[in-house]
Design a binder for this molecule. Structure first.
Ligand code: SF4
Ligand code: SF4
Length: 614
């Protein structure tokens, strides 16, 4: 009788589970396939570290993350126990009296206690502490799920106290089994679906942060315009969100009071998919204004513990808007500059030539030069950044590195790519790739982290592979070890108290955080660390085309003003930067605040300290 009742319960709850999962599977299957399984070794390692060992979950929020890890590890450990008890309950096979099962149950005891501690901690945090990342309303569903998990652990622990065959033991067994079934039925329609989906999303997440595959114009791809254009990974991601808010609290746009919230973007995607709004325009769902507020800093997808990728949604939707001519006016002007003069400021090419001549730069020749220095738009046309590049040339010459430049350079296309103007990006990229192939460098050196990303990652998608290094990394290696004479002329006398602003495209995208610091310390700096540093910096606000936005029309606070305040709070009067765009934004913020803080590019700092070698 009990067996029959259990079969009926199981089939009922399994049916509810299957029906809800089928709906989601159907939506994923109907989406254009964007799943990719390249770099399997990297994906497997990341799966072990981020899913099995819960690194990402623990890293940013150590206590909460550890409590979550206790629950996760407990779930994994209880898998065999639940299966064995269900096989018994269904009358299929009774293994509950086997010697190994007793040993297994005993081994589960510490897991049960850890899960209990973990889930009670998470319950209190969610119901009473309610951090801003979790939203303002208490989720009843989360409370119910937490109570379910606690009940499962308590009923498990009670099995050691209750004699087999007694009424109390039977009731305890039924409560345990029924809660598991109810839990299963609740999961698909809740954020707890991440229990099932997150191992898959983490495995399928691109190894490259901010991965934006090229559009194929021959297949008439124009970007994401409506819900039905969303690719399968985006759809899977939308059902995996656990609503933890890590993306939200790390988003510089949200932090500066703008309407953009990456968590909301994912949840809006989920709602539109479940509502079957296949033809609804994405610009309407997210709001066009919101889509243009993203700096593409990558904090959201880098922090997400379940492998959700936000940038393919945000930039994919920008592509859809840009292809219909719906980009903001300030971008129209920049695109015009790119189209006419191949640089973001639309300046005449003679200005680059003047700089090249004045700096005595040779045209790159692989037989003669160690590296090709890529100037970038800022290096070619921004007088301020040209001083930094002259410092780089000074360092290279001091260390007898031979280098040359291309006789002609176009913008890499980064601002076009990140703002969704894929056609313009591909035009620029193809021209540059042709010139680079003809020049034949083995190594490219640049002071622009955006150029590192674009030439290194985006050009690779056209089949052009080259080693590209940021100057901080190159010069750190160059000046390592003997032969440094770094005393003397500095910005201040004695060790300079400096703070270093990690550019998003250097610290987060390229993971280069130790090299700039090693360089600064080697050359006498006393570094005072700013909040939001290293691999998770707070953006300067320039990326994603926002360098060109009109600051008076920007909603909320300027991102650069928020960052400047953080840098100022370190007490350092020298801010060292390593990206031309960060430099422009932060200098602007410093000027608005009428601050006497000095902004120095890393290469200028090092060159200022460098004494001629004996
Ligand atoms: S990339 Fe940066 S600015 Fe854009 S949504 Fe993500 S965190 Fe916010
Ligand atoms: S997208 Fe990721 S980081 Fe953001 S709320 Fe969802 S699970 Fe958390």
């Amino acid at each position: 009788m009990q067996t029959l009742a259990f079969w009926i319960l199981l089939l009922t709850f399994m049916g509810a589970f299957a029906a809800q999962v089928a709906r989601r599977v159907q939506l994923i299957a109907a989406a254009p396939n964007t799943f990719s399984l390249d770099r399997l070794g990297f994906r497997t390692t990341r799966f072990v570290v981020d899913v099995l060992l819960q690194r990402r979950t623990i890293k940013e929020r150590p206590v909460t993350g550890l409590m979550h890890a206790f629950v996760f590890w407990g779930f994994a450990a209880f898998g065999g126990y639940t299966l064995t008890e269900f096989l018994f309950g269904l009358g299929i096979v009774d293994l509950t009296h086997a010697g190994w099962f007793h040993a297994y149950r005993l081994a589960l005891t510490p897991f049960a206690v850890a899960v209990l501690v973990g889930i009670l901690y998470l319950l209190i945090r969610r119901a009473f502490v309610r951090p801003v990342a979790l939203g303002t309303t208490v989720s009843v569903e989360s409370i119910v799920i937490a109570l379910f998990i606690a009940t499962l652990m308590i009923t498990f622990l009670l099995t050691f106290r209750l004699d087999e065959g007694t009424m109390a033991e039977r009731v305890n067994w039924w409560v345990h089994a029924t809660v598991i079934l109810a839990f299963m039925a609740l999961i698909p329609a809740s954020k707890h679906l991440h229990l099932v989906l997150s191992p898959i999303t983490v495995f399928l997440k691109s190894p490259e942060l901010g991965n934006l595959p090229n559009l194929d114009f021959e297949k008439e791809q124009v970007g994401l315009e409506t819900v039905k254009d969303l690719g399968s990974k985006i759809v899977l991601d939308a059902f995996t969100c656990v609503e933890c808010g890590r993306c939200q609290v790390n988003c510089p746009a949200w932090g500066a009071g703008k309407a953009l919230n990456p968590k909301t973007i994912v949840l809006q995607t989920q709602a539109a998919l479940l509502a079957g709004e296949r033809d609804r325009k994405l610009g309407e769902i997210y709001s066009e204004d919101v889509l243009w507020q993203c700096t593409t800093c990558g904090a959201c997808e880098n922090q997400c513990p379940v492998g959700i990728e936000h940038l393919p949604i945000l930039i994919g939707a920008r592509r859809g808007l840009a292809s219909n001519g719906d980009a903001p006016d300030y971008l129209g002007a920049m695109y015009n500059n790119l189209e006419r003069r191949s640089n973001i400021w639309g300046l005449g090419y003679d200005q680059r030539t003047k700089f090249v001549v004045a700096s005595e730069l040779e045209t790159f020749d692989p037989a003669k030069h160690d590296v090709l220095v890529w100037l970038g738009c800022a290096g070619s046309f921004d007088a301020d950044f040209q001083k930094s590049l002259k410092s780089l040339f000074g360092i290279l010459r001091a260390y007898e590195v031979t280098f040359g430049v291309l006789s002609k350079e176009r913008c890499t296309g980064d601002p076009a790519k990140r703002t969704g103007n894929e056609y313009m990006f591909q035009e620029l990229a193809n021209g540059n790739i042709e010139d680079l192939k003809a020049a034949g460098p083995k190594k490219i050196l640049t002071s622009c982290p955006h150029c590192v990303k674009t030439i290194g990652d985006d050009y690779r998608k056209f089949g052009y592979e080259v080693e590209i290094v940021h100057s901080s990394v190159y010069v750190e290696e160059l000046t390592r070890g003997a032969g440094i004479n770094a005393a003397g002329a500095g910005i201040n006398s004695g060790p300079d108290k400096v703070t270093f602003h990690d550019p998003c495209y250097l610290g987060r995208y390229a993971g280069k955080v130790d090299e700039p610091r090693a360089l600064l310390e080697r050359f006498g700096a006393d570094i005072s660390e700013v909040e939001r540093n290293r691999e998770n910096p707070y953006c300067c606000g320039a990326g994603g085309g926002l360098l060109f936005s009109d600051k008076d029309e920007e909603p909320g606070t300027r991102i650069s003003d928020v960052r400047f305040k953080q840098l100022n709070a370190t007490g350092a009067n020298v801010v060292v930067t390593a990206c031309p765009f960060c430099s422009i934004m932060l200098k602007g913020a410093g000027a608005s605040a009428q601050s006497d803080t000095q902004f120095v590019d890393l290469m200028t700092y090092v060159n200022g300290k460098l004494q001629p070698r004996a």
